[in-house]
Write a protein of this length. Sequence first.
Length: 368
Amino acid sequence: MSLRHNTRIVVKVGSALIAPGNDGCSAKYLKNIAQFIQNCPQQGQQVILVSSGSVAAGRQWFDVDSPTKALKKAMAAAGQNDMMAIWAKLLDMPLAQILLTHADLCNRERYVSIKDTIESLLEHNVLPVINENDTMTSEELKVGDNDNLAAMAAAAIDADTLIMCTDVNGLYDKNPHQYDNAQLIQQVNEITSKIYSMAGGAVSATGTGGMLTKIQAAEKATAHGIDTLIINGFENASFEQLLAGKNPGTHFLANIEPLSPAIHWMTHTVKERGEVIINDTTTTHFASDEDMLTSGNILEVKGQFSAGDTILVSTDDGTKVAKAKTNYSSCLLNYIAQEQDDENTSQSYFAQNDSIISKEHLTVLENE
C-alpha cells in the first residue's frame, strides 16, 4: 500500500512508546514518530494523533505498586500535561488536546460536534491530539483502550488510514514473544474468527491494549473503508517504509463496500444499554417494510434502559440480530413481556401497529 494517495491519517501511539519505563514520559521512541507526523503535511496529508500515556506518565508521582481505580484517575490527571508537553516539544506545530469518553461518541449530537471540531483544527493546520478522558470516565462510560478509540475517531472524521504503533512488527500467526517460528501476516483481506484466534493478551505491562484490541479496532476501521496498519513503533525503519510507500507491518484492507456512516456509528461505536430477546421467526420482519417488533414478539427483556437508548435485539438461541434505538423503556417492556397472556393489558399499552423499534434507528448485524 502507499500512503501517498491518502489524505487523512490517524496515528495511534501506545503507552509503552511514550513511557517505556512506566515512570514518566521519554522522547526515546517518539522522535521517529514525530518526524513521520511532520513529514505528512509535506505530502499533502492531514494527521490526527491518538496518544496514550497519561497514566504511565503520572505514575512517577505516586509511590504505589498496585494503584486503585481512583489512583489511576489521579495519575492520568497528573500525567496528561507531561504527555502533551513531550509532543509539543517534539512536534514543530500547534497542538490541540481532545479528551473523550465513550459517552461523547455514543451521543449523536456530541459525535457530530467532535467531527466538526477536528475538521476545523485540521483546516487551520492544528494537530488534534486525542486521548480518553481517564480522569472522568467510569466503567460504563469508557472505551477502555485507545486502539478502539482511534478506530472510532478515524470513522468519525472519515480518515483514509489508521496506523497503530506497537512493540511488534504486526500480526503474527502465533505470539512472536513465545515462538521463534512465528510468521508475520503482511496482509489481511478479511477479519475472521481465525484472525482473532491469532491475537494473544496484552503485549506490554504498560498499556491497556494488546493485539486483540488492535484487531477489534481494525475491524471497526475497515468496515468504514479505512485501511489499517499495525506497525512496530519502536523501529525507525517502519516510518521510512511508510513514507516510501511500503508496508512495514500488517495491512488490513479496507472494505470495498463500507457501511454508511450512520449504520457504522450504530454498529461499531454505540454501546447497547440492554437486550430484547425475540422469537426466531420474528427476524423476517427486518427484511420487510412492516412494523418490525411489537409487544407480542418479546420473549425476554434484559438490562435497564430508557426510551431512546440503544439496545441489542437477539433470538432465543443467542444469535445477535440487530442494534436499534428503543421506543420504550425496559421497565415498560418487562411489564408487557410478563403479561403476554393478558391481551387487554398488552393492548392497553401498545396500539396494534406500535413498533418497539423503527427502521430509521436500526442496523442489522451480520452473523458468520
